[in-house]
Design a protein around this ligand. Sequence first.
Ligand code: ZN
Length: 125
Amino acid sequence: MQPIFNGYDKNYGAALLCPSCGGYYLHHERVEIFERSEDADTGLHVAVTQGKVTTDNNLAGNPSGRRHGLSVYLSCEDCPAVSVLHISQHKGFTNVNLLETELSLTSSRNGFSFQNTVTDDAIKG
Ligand SMILES: [Zn+2]
């Protein structure tokens, strides 16, 4: 869905709103970076969450069908939604998308973990 922002401030940018409730307070819980050459079958995947980084060559979940992609998983302070912000390269375009997921948090903000494994199936189109 189209990301919705609340205003713009030259010092802070624009606040992204929760796609489920429209709340302002979205927390970055997991960041994934996908890097590859055009149409390559393999590349570099880096995931950062809970103070840990993992790297592999698995491009499953890359929001770009052909190039680089970035996924930021966001939890909402005002509702139980976990959404994902995708930034993807397609040809010469950089596309931004915000999707709701089937994921949920299993514990407090200090102990974030996904109840489900992050998979393409967990992300609603
Ligand atoms: Zn929300």
